[in-house]
Ligand binder design. Structure first.
Ligand code: NAI
Length: 745
């Protein structure tokens, strides 16, 4: 493999490279090598003196000529790096794009520290640090949009190790490393990589510092190949620092001691404790090499193991100050428990509940939905699950909790519990109090339970528990379970009693996010790709909203006063446009539910339930709905109802099935009837089947009458599309028992 790889030359066809300070020294060597490899090169150089004075076009022009003489492509730019936009514009004007930037321009104003003037300081910062910032920023959006970019920052060993007489220069050079570290993180998702080099080379900058024989051994040509490789599209290095010179290249990284905890829980930290632990704080035995702030802690944990006494009873008194076996990550986590976050004040008008209702798929197509969509509707109400909205910004404040050391890019919304104490007002000002209820150690991650109580004035309106899963943050020796957890409950082991489904719209997430969850994961394809998703995903809380309103419609007649609580676990992502199908099981006042994506049958909400108030859906006694227009078929169903009362028990034995009738009028469902010949002594009621229907018939009021009066043959009606049958078609034959005599009606 290595043999094949090394046979492939690194080329830069159609790539546009900008090298600043390329009129001489290292920059020139980079420009020549890039051009030789096929790149179009912008040779930038102000052409001033080594201390930043003067300017001239000759330096850049010479290198451009050199490149062109060899058949390469190059243009000159004479602007100072402080005018980054102009230099980048030169690249765009000449070649239409910018792919690679080597921030190389530099000057020196060496002086021992006490003699550094303001000008010495400022000029150095301006050329090196500010110049690299200006040039890079001017190119950033172009790189982002084309999803490709390679950036080099030029630091110096003077910054890394310090060097007499170069305080100003050292500060600027290591500032560039900090800049590069962050650009590497911000650019990663756009395939923009940023690395830093600390070169040593003979040039006009070093000829006064280094002896001649060393200068000869440190040619710029011995640095350029590293820069060229780091800028190649096949190189995946990002956020790294290299020392390079004389044909040698080495990579640098941070090293850190295991450190020591020098304070006791709930006690002040003293200078004496620092002194007493100094040896251990500075002991590089078993030191770790942190790659990121978070990794730091994970590595510490791995090295230190956990303290048995603490992990079994974390809140039982002070930890020892003998520091060797205490897990600092754990200590911090435990201290975060019980922490309150700043209260959240949420003021809203009717706009927000309507936006929320649309966000969870309500539509004017369904007349039932109007009371959630039209503020002047007599029964205008707020969907119960809107209760998550005033509380949700508490999640975004978690970073401010002292001690909660979590990589928030790896936090998933695991579960949600919401309990309402009264129906939510349709407008007003609500105040929420958030607390870290507990932190659990699940090995592969940590579960952070955030409890949020929301008040309307002095009245508690609702309580949310957000359960967040921090991937990779487990293993700190914490407890696995907590009595604070609102646990999930699995549904009974039988087919669902009712099923309801809704197609989400392609814009569902784009709409739902307007409720205040602005996470780009739900809208930005490249951000979603970084998270490993092939496209932006729907908010888990949006799927929860769909499921909750399915239950509310099925079992509570959309009466929000009947809603008590909901619990869900988010198991799989949903892509906007997919169909959400909620299966429901009624067990007293608890409706167990499970929501699937119909297209792939994947369960997305598991262990979920909705608790309703004592009185749930009640069918009307006489089986007719006074609200709607009377249908011809009503009279038939009333007759069937009477008949079931007479001979229901017998029919249940014979038929043992549930039939749902969806009667349409002018293309819309105008009435629903369920004939239950499976349970008890049978019954007929208006509405969708409360237990899952075995067979569902859909047909118009007129065709229904035609069939029962014998004028239309049911088979013919079926094959001509007038009668639609879903479910078990064989059962429908058993219906004859109840329908056969209606011809005389
Ligand atoms: P050099 O002086 O030969 O090259 C620097 C170039 O930058 C010059 O051609 C200069 O005209 C140009 N320049 C200065 N200010 C500018 C501005 N405001 N706008 C545009 N161009 C400007 O020096 P060398 O050694 O090639 O240095 C290149 C980079 O490498 C510098 O950033 C330097 O600090 C760094 N470096 C060099 C080391 C070495 O051993 N040569 C050691 C460590 C770092």
């Amino acid at each position: 493999m290595a043999g094949i790889m090394s046979a492939v030359p690194l080329l830069f066809d159609r790539k546009v490279v900008l090298v600043t300070g390329a009129g001489g020294g290292l920059g020139r060597a980079y420009a020549l090598l890039f051009a030789e490899r096929g790149a179009s090169v912008v040779v930038n150089d102000l052409g001033g003196d080594i201390k930043g004075g003067g300017k001239s076009s000759s330096a850049a022009d010479r290198v451009v000529e050199e490149i062109r003489a060899k058949g390469g492509n190059a243009v000159a730019s004479y602007d100072s790096v402080e005018e980054g936009e102009k230099i980048v514009q030169t690249a765009l004007d000449a070649y239409g794009k910018i792919d690679i930037i080597v921030n190389n321009a530099g000057i020196l104003r060496d002086r021992s520290f006490a003699r550094i003037s303001d000008l010495d300081w400022d000029l150095i910062q301006r050329v090196h640090l500010r110049g690299s910032f200006k040039v890079t920023r001017a190119a950033w959006n172009h790189m982002k949009n084309q999803k490709y970019g390679r950036i080099i920052m030029t630091a110096s060993t003077s910054g890394i190790y310090g060097n007499f007489g170069q305080a100003n220069y050292s500060a600027a050079k290591l500032g560039l490393l900090g800049l590069a570290n962050t650009l590497a993180i911000e650019g990663r998702k756009y395939n923009i990589q940023c690395n830093t080099i600390a070169p040593t080379a003979g040039s006009r900058l070093t000829q006064t510092i280094l002896p001649q024989d060393i200068l000869d051994a440190f040619k710029p040509e011995f640095v350029a190949p590293l820069v060229v490789w780091l800028c190649h599209e096949s190189c995946q290095e990002n956020g790294s620092l290299f020392e390079v010179g004389a044909g040698w290249i080495g990579k640098l990284r941070w090293e850190r001691t295991l450190g020591a905890i020098v304070r006791q829980k709930n006690q002040q930290m003293t200078p004496e404790a620092v002194r007493d632990n100094w040896e251990q704080i500075c002991d590089f035995d078993n030191a770790i090499k942190p790659k990121s702030y978070q990794d730091t802690f994970y590595e510490v944990l791995n090295k230190l193991g956990t303290n048995q006494e603490i992990s079994t009873n974390p809140t039982s008194g002070p930890v020892q100050t003998s520091t060797s076996n205490v897990n600092p990550f754990f200590l911090m986590q435990v201290e975060a428990i019980g922490k309150k976050m700043p209260s959240i004040v949420y003021t809203y008008t009717h706009l927000q509940p309507i936006l929320y209702a649309l966000g969870v798929g309500m539509t004017t197509k369904d007349p039932d939905h109007l009371k959630f969509l039209f503020e002047r509707n007599e029964e205008f109400s707020c969907l119960p699950t809107f209760g998550v909205i005033p509380a949700q910004s508490g999640m975004f404040d978690l970073a401010s909790v002292p001690g909660l050391i979590i990589d928030f890019t790896k936090v998933l919304h695991g579960e949600q519990y919401l309990e309402l104490y009264k129906p939510l007002p349709t407008s007003g000002t609500l105040k929420s109090e958030c607390t870290i209820a507990d932190i659990l150690d699940k090995g592969s991650g940590a579960v952070i339970l955030v409890d949020i109580h929301t008040y309307n004035g002095g009245d508690l309106v609702c309580y949310n528990q957000f359960s967040l899963f921090a991937v990779g943050a487990g293993g700190f020796g914490g407890k696995r379970m907590s009595d604070k957890v609102k646990v999930i409950v699995h549904p009974p082991n039988r087919p669902p009693d009712a099923v309801m489904s809704d197609v989400t719209s392609i814009n569902q997430a784009a709409l739902y996010r307007l409720n205040g969850d602005w996470n780009p994961l739900h809208i930005d394809p490249s951000f979603a790709a970084v998270g490993g998703f092939r496209q932006p995903i729907l908010h888990g809380l949006c799927s929860m909203g769909f499921a909750a309103r399915h239950v509310l419609k099925q079992y509570a007649n959309n009466d929000v006063t009947k809603f008590k609580a909901i619990k869900v676990r988010f198991a799989k992502p949903v892509i906007p446009g997919q169909t959400l199908e909620t299966e429901m099981w009624k067990e007293g006042n608890r409706i167990h539910l499970q929501t699937k994506v119909k297209e792939n049958n994947e369960v997305v909400l598991t262990g979920a339930y909705v608790d309703l108030e004592d009185t749930v859906y009640k069918p009307r006694d006489n089986g007719t709905d006074m609200q709607r227009e009377e249908l011809q078929s009503d009279v038939v169903f009333t007759e069937i109802s009477r008949r079931i009362k007479d001979v229901g028990r017998e029919m249940v034995k014979k038929v043992n099935a549930i039939f749902q009738w969806d009667i349409t009028k002018e293309g819309r469902t105008a009435a629903q009837w369920t004939i239950d010949l499976k349970n008890g002594s049978g019954e007929l009621y208006q509405g969708a089947a409360r237990h899952q229907a075995d067979t569902t018939f859909t047909l118009s009021d007129e065709d229904f009458m035609q069939i029962v009066s014998g004028k239309l043959n049911p088979q013919k009606a079926f094959f001509s599309g007038k009668l639609n049958i879903k479910g078990n078609i064989m059962h429908s034959q058993k219906l004859e028992v109840i329908l056969k005599d209606y011809a005389k009606l």
